[in-house]
Design a protein around this ligand. Structure first.
Ligand code: PHE
Length: 342
């Protein structure tokens, strides 16, 4: 009878396929009403001899069954681990997840390029504040309160004294004052500027400028021209030419407007350059003696030149962009085109 039970239990255990089922079988064998437990249920009715006999056999059966359960358990655990590994296996032939990396903004690309050119000529890069005082934005730049030049550069005011700077030129004054009364200066100042303009294809109420300032002894307009000629060839291509047109800024004398040959028609005349063959990129001039004297240098000893260029302008020419607003409205189709550039 015990040997039959042994065979039956062994078959059950052999047939089981999951740890869960095995656990249930364990209970059905060793639990309170388990098959083996029940074998010793009515021992009290047996003789001593019978008890010893049954006790021994049950004990042996118990040991045997415990061992094969343990073995089965180890087998099932290992099987489960292998199954899990196989189910979780990484299919290296599946396509990977797309990784969207960003790109530099075209204005940043352009700014970096301009900065590294001027760095190579020994210019330092400094930055100023976007909130300026009337004094530095206008007065120190030789634009007194009722000067008509203020009309061209209306801006956003915080108070009578504080405003969003209309150009990076106030940094001319701040840099001179920081270095006065002696010593040469060679800096460029990139940064945001603001004007109360209507936004259209070529105007924006917020745009970016790069100011340039050189102060030294014996600086002439020829130095300005040589510097800007190199700049234009470096940024727009080696066959680019520049020309100076007379102009007016209160803080430079003489003042010039600087054009580069049109990158599309190379000077022949086309719709981009309005048939002139030239495109304007910046304003410049010899630093006005009043500005030099206002800022602590002696204009009898020191001269200088300054320029202010629109970064959007440069980028639009370089990349053939026809609407300035594209720089600001975060259209990914536009921005993604610049991921091939630097
Ligand atoms: N600040 C001028 C502007 O914003 C540009 C300029 C800078 C002109 C330096 C001359 C010298 O229009």
């Amino acid at each position: 009878m015990i040997s039959e039970l042994k065979q039956e239990l062994t078959n059950m255990i052999n047939d089981v396929n999951s740890l869960n089922d095995l656990q249930n079988i364990k209970v059905s064998i060793f639990g309170k009403k388990g098959r083996i437990t029940l074998l010793t249920k009515d021992m009290k009715d047996k003789t001593i001899e019978e008890r010893r006999q049954i006790g021994q056999e049950v004990h042996q059966l118990k040991e045997y069954i415990e061992i094969i359960i343990k073995q089965k358990e180890l087998f099932l655990i290992e099987k489960k681990i292998n199954d899990d590994i196989n189910n979780e296996a990484i299919d290296i032939y599946l396509p990977g997840m797309e990784f969207n990396s960003g790109t530099l903004h075209p204005l940043t690309i352009t700014r970096n390029e301009i900065e590294s050119f001027f760095n190579s000529l020994g210019f330092a890069v400094i930055e100023g504040n976007e909130i300026e005082s009337d004094e530095y934005n206008f007065e120190k730049m030789n634009i007194p309160k009722d000067h008509p030049a203020r009309d061209m550069q209306d801006t956003f005011y915080f108070s009578v004294e504080e405003l969003l700077r209309t150009h990076t030129s106030p940094m001319q004054a701040r840099t001179m004052e920081a270095n006065a009364p002696d010593g040469p200066i060679r800096v460029i100042v990139p940064g945001k500027t603001y004007r109360r303009d209507e936004d259209d294809l070529t105007h924006s109420h917020q745009f970016m400028q790069i100011e340039g300032l050189v102060i030294d002894k014996n600086i002439s307009l020829a130095d300005l021209k040589g510097t800007l000629e190199l700049f234009a060839k470096n940024i727009f291509g080696s066959n680019t030419k520049i020309r100076f047109r007379p102009s007016y800024f209160p803080f430079t004398e003489p003042s010039v407007e600087v054009d580069v040959t049109c990158h599309v028609c190379h000077g022949q005349g086309c719709s981009v350059c309005k048939q002139t063959g030239w495109i304007e990129i910046l304003g410049a001039g010899q630093v006005h003696p009043n500005v030099i004297d206002n800022c602590g240098y002696d204009s009898n000893v020191y001269q200088g030149f300054a320029f202010g260029m629109g970064v959007e302008r440069v980028a639009m020419i370089k990349y053939g962009i026809d609407d300035i607003r594209l720089f600001y409205n975060n259209n990914l189709n536009f921005l993604k085109q610049f991921d091939k550039i630097k």
